[in-house]
Design a protein around this ligand. Structure first.
Ligand SMILES: CC(C)(COP(=O)(O)OP(=O)(O)OC[C@H]1O[C@@H](n2cnc3c(N)ncnc32)[C@H](O)[C@@H]1OP(=O)(O)O)[C@@H](O)C(=O)NCCC(=O)NCCS
Length: 197
């Protein structure tokens, strides 16, 4: 039995260590290849804690956190994520930004990923007046990346099935440390949007 818990703004703080550990575990894998640190994680998650309309969906199997998904109004995101929308003259006050969707491997494929979308979209409609877009971004990796597993399935089909389309004009460069790297490098991320107008 998996419990689904919705945490809002400051309520997220209680789980910061578990969320950080889960992010580091899942994002270590392709395509994120993220060499995480608790320090980076705390900084990243702090914006969800201080945002007034953020939400994290937490999945628990007993005491164990096995999945999480986040969102906050784009206005409350950091500048790097707001900028591509502003450049395209999109009213950021009408956009809800979806952060990560992550589930431990052994719990995937049971509909929890879809539930993440429906809960975050419901929250978006509640807190964003005249909602125009819900949006998230995904890292772009070369097709022949040496660390791409042979059996890797891109999630594009899943996202399209949830009503999202990749937008060719909205991209962001964002830095993190790849596995084995000592210094951060910039990755290109593309935005995927669902139109609610
Ligand atoms: C994204 C993620 C949360 C989806 O969770 P999930 O529990 O597998 O999702 P669901 O069970 O609701 O399945 C969603 C659909 O996508 C498909 N799917 C699931 N995992 C997939 C994968 N790795 N590749 C391609 N399709 C996949 C499923 O078949 C399902 O489609 P269907 O209903 O037509 O069969 C999970 O795959 C994950 O944690 N991935 C690693 C982290 C990541 O890359 N997150 C996305 C960016 S933040």
């Amino acid at each position: 039995m998996i419990d689904t818990i919705q945490l809002y703004s400051k309520e997220i703080e209680k789980y910061i260590t578990e969320l950080a550990q889960l992010r580091m575990e899942v994002f270590y894998e392709f395509p994120y290849l993220y060499e995480g640190s608790l320090e980076y994680e705390k900084k990243y998650l702090s914006r969800y804690i201080s945002a007034s309309d953020s939400m994290v969906v937490l999945l628990k199997d007993g005491d164990k956190v096995i999945g999480m998904s986040s969102c906050l109004p784009l206005e409350e995101e950091e500048e790097a994520f707001r900028k591509p929308f502003e450049n395209e003259k999109i009213d950021i006050s009408k956009v809800m930004y979806f952060g990560e969707s992550i589930i431990k491997k052994e719990y995937r494929g049971h509909g929890l990923g879809k539930e993440f979308f429906s809960l975050r979209e419901r929250h978006a409609k509640r807190v964003v007046q005249n909602l125009l877009f819900t949006a998230f971004c995904a890292v772009e990796r070369e097709k022949d990346h040496p660390l791409r597993p042979m059996n890797y399935r891109a999630l594009d089909k899943f996202w399209k099935s949830q009503g999202y389309e990749k937008n060719q004009n909205l991209k962001v460069l964002y830095p993190w440390c790849d596995r084995g790297e000592e210094l951060e490098s910039y990755k290109s991320l593309s935005f995927w949007l669902k139109n609610w107008s």
